[in-house]
Design a protein around this ligand. Structure first.
Ligand SMILES: Cc1cc2nc3c(=O)[nH]c(=O)nc-3n(C[C@H](O)[C@H](O)[C@H](O)COP(=O)(O)OP(=O)(O)OC[C@H]3O[C@@H](n4cnc5c(N)ncnc54)[C@H](O)[C@@H]3O)c2cc1C
Length: 368
């Protein structure tokens, strides 16, 4: 299922050790899903296989992969265990924001320990991008003093909040400018709320963080104050191809199960083939987009088009697997049942409004 022909050259990490990591993650994925517990062992396996350095520059002990290899890694890991891979993307989102900032002292302080797995960071920025955008008051209010920022409010969504040493998060000042900061979670006034019970990915231990008069030293500042701080610097970004690679990985898992079913049941062949063709085309476009091959004349290579198609295929392929596996697939813990719930996640996570609208139009059979 790897089909490395989509890559310009073999991924630097691909080999027996990575295959062993994938089978370790895959073997325990159902357990992570069923128990909803934090996948600590899985994250330590990622550290052992140097996966934690993928988005961190070489000068800070990382391996800073090219975009297409990062996408390939995410896709393959998501096929094995979506929960672990999702946590990795949120952690990498934090690392990318730290790596991409101008604060050299903070980078030298945090990045080597993040690569080694001695520190865990995560990201809580949805209130600046996709969450609570219809509300007039900012979710997190930032007040600037001479050498500090005072934060008050609530960070609505933070994956792995309780396990984090740092949360990359933002606040909005009274004048509308925003800051991005690596918030040490040990500061007085930071309260981790109990993680919400979710439809899927409970192992991500995603919850909100309440901030009451948090006083943060300016040395933790990553960007701002500036208008639209999330549009500055680097990071996967809302609805990026990195987010799509996880949905594509889930499709790969569903199709592998569907293909195994069809080996014994020729009646399934007529649906497996078009699904496999669609997946193959989507993967080709995903990797072309990750290599930066999109131009004004290739609308199918925009991150928005790819995410929209990935969401749709994830929903349809997991439902096809459920229909094919019948009542057995409806039993809690069956790969079809898990896949269905995991596909729903892509409708709400890092999903910009145009992609939500496209999904709603598809559900209502409104053809564009
Ligand atoms: C499992 C999971 C993990 C996540 N992890 C992270 C993470 O680690 N970091 C991170 O930054 N983000 C994370 N997110 C957040 C995610 O990317 C989205 O930002 C989030 O799902 C948006 O949902 P919301 O309910 O906050 O949206 P909101 O837009 O705040 O919607 C909330 C409610 O408001 C109402 N509403 C919405 N729009 C309107 C409107 N225009 N007018 C009136 N009412 C409206 C609706 O009733 C809706 O149910 C995570 C999300 C999930 C589900």
């Amino acid at each position: 299922m790897t089909q490395p022909e989509f890559l310009s050259q073999p991924a630097p990490f691909d080999g027996p050790a990575f295959e062993a990591l994938l089978s370790d993650l895959s073997r325990r994925a159902a357990e992570v899903d069923q128990q909803g517990s934090w996948p600590e062992w899985q994250l330590s396996r990622l550290a052992e296989e140097d996966v934690l350095g993928w988005v961190i520059p070489v000068e800070y002990d990382g391996s800073e992969l090219d975009g297409e290899f990062l996408i390939f890694g995410y896709e393959r890991l998501a096929t094995a265990c979506l929960t672990t891979t999702f946590i990795l993307t949120q952690r990498n989102g934090a690392c990318q924001r730290i790596s991409g900032c101008d604060n050299d002292d903070l980078k030298a302080e945090l990045l080597p320990d993040l690569v080694a797995g001695r520190l865990f960071a995560t990201v809580g920025v949805s209130h600046l991008t996709t969450s609570r955008q219809h509300l007039s008051r900012p979710a997190v209010l930032a007040t600037e003093t001479d050498d500090r920022f005072i934060l008050n409010g609530q960070i609505p969504w933070v994956t792995g909040a309780k396990f984090a040493d740092y949360v990359v998060t933002g606040g909005t000042c009274e004048d509308g400018q925003q800051i991005l900061i690596a918030l040490p979670t040990s500061l007085p006034g930071v309260t981790m709320e109990e993680p919400a019970s979710l439809l899927a990915l409970n192992g991500s231990q995603t919850g909100s963080i309440a901030l009451q008069d948090i006083s943060v030293d300016r040395r933790f500042l990553l960007a701002g104050p500036v208008k639209g701080v999330m549009q500055q610097g680097q990071g996967g970004g809302t609805g990026s191809v990195a987010t799509s690679s996880l949905a594509v990985g889930l499709v790969g898992r569903s199709l592998a199960h569907l293909m195994r079913e069809s080996d014994r049941r020729p009646d399934l062949t007529e649906v497996v083939e078009p699904f496999a063709d669609e997946w193959s085309q989507l993967r080709a476009d995903l990797y072309a987009s990750a290599r930066g091959e999109g131009t004004a004349t290739t609308p199918h290579l925009t991150s928005e088009s790819i995410r929209q198609r990935a969401n749709s295929l994830a929903l349809r392929s997991t439902q096809a697997l459920l229909a094919a596996t019948k009542g057995a697939g409806f039993v809690s813990g069956h790969p079809a049942e898990r896949g269905i719930r995991e596909a729903m996640f892509f409708l709400v996570w890092s999903c910009p409004q145009p992609i939500v609208s496209a999904a709603l139009r598809e559900f209502a059979c409104l053809v564009d």
